[in-house]
Each structure stands twice: as C-alpha cells, then as structure tokens.
Design a protein around this ligand. Structure first.
Ligand code: ADP
Ligand code: MG
Length: 569
C-alpha cells in the first residue's frame, strides 16, 4: 500500500488522466487491492476495483460452499452486509466531496431476490469484493490525499470489518432459508406440483413500483384452503404448511380487487429465492414457469404460432410468423411458443395483461363470426392439449369468464385476499349451465420448430461499431438497435439486464455461427457458467468483470427474440 500512497502523492494536483498510473495490484495487511480500471474523468462511469481479503480470521465452512444454492446465499449475504456498511458510510461525516462521482464507493447490492452475482466471490479462506469507486477530483485536478483516504483507509476499514466480523447467526439463517427453499423445490418436483405458497406469507407489495413487502399491519397473511394444504418436512427438522398448486390447469377467479393478480405475481416471482423477511420467501414456483402476456408492437421472427393463429388476412404464414409490430393476440401467442422453445413447463397468465380475444371466444361470438373468419384459436381450446400431450401446466387469472370451468382441473377463488377451493362448485356450474361453446382448433397442439439465429443479426445491430449499453432493468442498446424488455416481467434486476447484454454478445460470437440453435446455444452457455462461474460472460478476464446477476434462460431468450435485427434460419 505504501507504493500506492507514493503514487498518489506524486500525482496529487495533476490532471485527472494521471490517475491511470495507479492501475495495478497492491498488497496491504491481510488483503490485496486490484485497481483494474481507472475512469477517464470524474463524471465517467466509476473506477473498478477488487478487494481481496485473505486469509479469513475464521474460514468459511466447506458445507456452505459446495452446494450451489448455499454458495449463492452466502455470497448474497456478504454483498448485502457490505452494501449496508458502505451505504452507512456514505451518509456519515466523510461523505462525498469533489466533482462528479468523487468519493463514491459502491457495490452491486442485491434486491429482494438471492441470485448468482459477480459482486462477491467467496472461497474457503478468501473473499473477493468487486467495487466501483469515484476517484476524487476538484474540477479535473486529482485530489491525491482524498484518494489515499478512500483507497488506503476507508475501503479496507469498512470491508475488513464486515468480512472479519460476520454475524454468523444471521448468515446461518440466510443459508437455512435457502436450504428450505431448495427442499420445497425438490418437493414440488417429486409431488408433481408447480407452486407452493406457505401459510403466513405476505404477498402484497408496498406499492406498485416497489418490490418490498406491504407492512404486516396492512396485509392479510396467506392461508391455504384445507383441500390444497400440504405440510413439507424441511432439512432442518421443521415442517412448513401451505397451499400447493398441482400440475394441470388452474384457474384463479374472484371479484375485482380481491387479490388475484397479487397471488399470481408472487407465483411469478417464486422462480427466485427471496431473502428472509420478504414475505414471499416460502412462495416457490416451478423454475421454468413463464409469465405470458400480450405485448403489442414487439417484433417476432419466424415463430410457429399456428396452434393459436392461422389464416391471417393476405395469407400470411403463421408456421413461421414474422412481424415488426405484433398485435395483442399474435404477441401473446409468440410469447407462449418462445417460452416452450426453451423448455418452459408452466405458463402464467393474467387477464389484466392478456388480449381478451386470445383467452376466450364464447358461444355467441362463435355463432356470429364463423371460425373461417377468425384466425385465432383461443387459449381455452389449447390449454388441455398443452398439459395432456406436452406436460405444460397453466395458471390463469380470470375474473370475467366462466367458460374456463370446463377445462380447469381446479379453481381457486380469491375472496378478500383469502383463497378458497371452489373446484367442485365450478365444475357443477359448468355441467348445469352449458355454455354451448364449440371446441375450436383442429389437431394436436404442436409448435416445434427449431430456430437457428444468424450471426448477421448481431452484426446488423452493431453496424461495425460494437457498443453495448444498458439502461435500467428494461433497455439494452446493441449498437443503435434497442431491445425493450419492459414486458418481460420476470426479469427483476438491472444486473441481470447487464448480464443479458454480454451473454447476447457471447452467443452471437461463439455459439450461433457454429450453427447452434437458439436453445442449444443458450444451454451451452449456461453449462459453461455453471462450471466456471458468472465472471466468464465478461470481456474482462481476471479483472473486475462488471456488475452482473444471472438471469434465467427464458429472459435471455426473450431478449434475443426482441432484438429488432434478429434473423433465424
Ligand atoms: P385483483 O387482481 O383481484 O383485482 P389485486 O391482486 O390487484 O386484485 O389486489 C388489489 C389490491 O389489494 C392491491 O393494491 C394489493 O396490493 C392489495 N392486496 C392484495 N393482496 C393483499 C393482502 N393479502 N393483504 C392486503 N392487501 C392486499
Ligand atoms: Mg388483477
């Protein structure tokens, strides 16, 4: 560290560019500091440093590191604690000073979910932390003294304190939560169920734009109806009770504002593990479940939507359907077929975000508008085939049509935020009140077509000048081509979006020109990530990789499918 201090003294007061000289590795007492990337000016994106603590005062237990989900929970815990400590520092006396991002210290802190991220890498006797730092300046002059204070004092002080004084009890709780979540996932697989919602769960969020729980005083805790209640034994010797949704077709009905969408949203997010205290930490969903919605205006590239849409005006081909601006129903059909292409085994649909004509066509409309004049085969006529022939379950939120009673294996009614099992009643009503619908859609459901993305898709997006940028959770810019992910609802973290941008680059560079199909290319890339870690998606090998979190295959595929220049063979 003395070497770093001398360098900083030497460049003190010079122009900002002289900071480049401090790039390199420095050894301190019980840690190493890697300054991997130095920003070009005080306003540019901050400098990237890695802080490696080794040895640890108390080594991490092997049993925390050898299981994937436990290692994720452990690293997640450290990232949260480090983030907290760093944030507290930001509001304390030293705070920021100087121009632009001067004095900023930041770690990519997780949200409500625990996911694989690049922020912290834990080994048995070592913890590596990836930070962003704004090297301080007054105007464009280097503030060497201040930089020394940050790099040589504050950062080591804060990080060493968190890492050497881990709150072991809290960490254990974090890991036990992940163990339980894993056990529930195992249970769902074994018992042929697609979702579990524990009794006592708090499903509603603070507000429409927040992912944090609604205050306990204001929320009605979840309580399973007796007929769907199961108790699951957990590895720590406890049991947990709650509602299971078995495979098949499940309908969620109920009056407006009674909590239908809130339940479905919680199920959508149950693909992720949530942190203790989230309220949804024991809401667990089949990991391949995909939210399906209408998304008019999106691009579609040669997707076989023929099970749902055929005979479009002007004889447009729906076996390989392409458009620059899909309609509500064609986009919803494409979203389903694309999810199935990657291997989804469960579809989640909410009336609030669906095209009505995609979900149902009732008897009267069938009489008036003859099938020959209607390109759409509504979902109601495909949902049973999807399950019976292809093993794909559905959960559909629908308050406005009882036609689905005929095709549902079970019907759950939300009544003042409490679920009731009304299956028998609904089936009885379906028998007594014949809706006189004709089943539509000839033949079996089959959408399989393998698509091979062409490398030129990426080249025509970047147009010679490779530049990737990401804005928030929902926008990726590849060259001048924009990918809009705002309707990809199960993507939750901007770090996932950043990861997707890099993964797209890798796929087009290293996989698709070897004529991998979309699915095979994605599968290979994930196999590599599982073997070698998430760092491999970064172009900066052996350095601070950037702030990434692992998305699911479905969200990665969704981004590729929305690339406006995508072309497939
Ligand atoms: P629906 O889809 O049936 O119309 P929503 O799920 O949108 O209803 O819920 C309506 C409102 O009720 C939302 O503001 C939501 O946050 C709130 N809410 C949902 N579930 C609960 C609950 N268990 N306790 C308290 N408020 C809830
Ligand atoms: Mg709703």
């Amino acid at each position: 560290m003395d070497r770093l201090k001398r360098k900083l003294k030497a460049i003190d007061g010079k122009g900002y560019k002289a900071y480049k000289e401090i790039q390199g590795t420095y050894k301190g007492n019980g840690f190493r500091l890697h300054i991997d990337y130095v920003q070009g000016d005080p306003f540019a994106s901050p400098s990237r440093i890695r802080f490696v603590v080794q040895p640890l005062k108390k080594p991490l237990k092997n049993e925390w590191l050898d299981k994937r989900w436990r290692k994720i929970a452990l690293e997640d815990f450290l990232a949260r604690k480090l983030g907290e400590a760093i944030r507290n520092r930001q509001t304390s006396m030293r705070g920021r000073m100087g121009t632009g991002k001067s004095g900023l210290i930041a770690i990519d802190e997780p949200g409500q979910e625990m996911m694989m991220r690049t922020a912290v890498i834990a080994k048995r006797n070592e913890v590596e932390v990836r930070l962003s730092i704004g090297l301080p300046a007054a105007g464009r002059r280097i503030l060497g003294k201040h930089a020394e204070m940050i790099l040589c004092e504050e950062v080591p002080e804060i990080l060493l304190k968190v890492i050497h004084q881990i709150q072991w009890k809290k960490l254990e709780e974090h890991i036990v939560t992940a163990d339980r979540q894993q056990a529930i996932r195992g249970y769902l697989k074994r018992e042929k169920c697609i979702a579990f919602v524990a009794n006592g769960s708090i499903l509603p969020r603070e507000s429409g734009v927040s992912n944090r729980p609604l205050h306990r005083n204001k929320a009605v805790p979840f309580q399973s109806p007796p007929s769907l209640e199961r108790s699951i034994s957990l590895p720590d010797g406890t049991t947990i009770s709650g509602m299971v949704i078995p495979e098949g077709v499940t309908l969620i009905v109920g009056g407006g504002y009674h909590g239908k969408s809130t339940l479905l949203k919680a199920i959508e997010r149950g693909i992720y593990n949530h942190l203790p205290g989230d309220g949804r930490e024991y809401v667990i969903t089949e990991e391949t479940a995909c939210k399906i919605r209408a998304e008019d205006g999106r691009r579609v590239e040669k997707v076989n939507i023929s099970p749902f849409i055929s005979h479009l005006p002007f004889g447009k081909d729906t076996n390989r359907f392409s458009t620059d601006g899909a309609s509500g129903s064609t986009s919803e059909a494409a979203n389903i077929v694309e999810a199935l292409e990657i291997g989804s085994r469960c579809l989640l649909i909410d009336e609030d975000t669906s095209a009505t004509n995609f979900l149902v066509r009732d008897a009267r409309m069938q009489q008036l508008v003859h099938k020959d004049k209607e390109p759409i085969t509504p979902f109601i006529d495909r949902v049973r085939d999807l399950y019976e022939i292809h093993g794909v379950s559905s959960i559909i939120v629908l308050g406005g049509s009882g036609d689905y009673f005929d095709v549902a294996d079970r019907v759950i009614m939300m009544d003042e935020y409490q679920p009731k099992d009304v299956t028998e009643e609904a089936h009885k009503i379906a028998k007594e009140l014949n809706n006189r619908r004709q089943k539509e859609g000839k033949g079996e459901f089959s959408s399989s077509i393998t698509r091979y993305p062409l490398p030129t898709s990426y080249e025509s997006a970047i147009r010679g000048k490779e530049k990737l940028s990401v804005k928030g959770r929902s926008t990726i810019l590849i060259g001048r081509s924009e990918i809009d992910l705002s309707a990809v609802e199960q993507l939750t973290d901007p770090s996932q979006t950043r990861a997707i941008a890099e993964m797209i680059r890798q796929l087009f560079r290293n996989y698709f020109h070897n004529s991998f199909s979309l699915k095979d290319g994605i599968d290979r890339l994930y196999e590599r990530i599982e073997r070698e870690g998430l760092d491999i998606i970064s172009p900066y090998r052996g350095q601070h990789p950037g702030d990434f979190a692992l998305p699911r295959k479905y969200e990665l595929a969704a981004a590729i499918n929305r690339l406006r220049t995508l072309q497939v063979k």
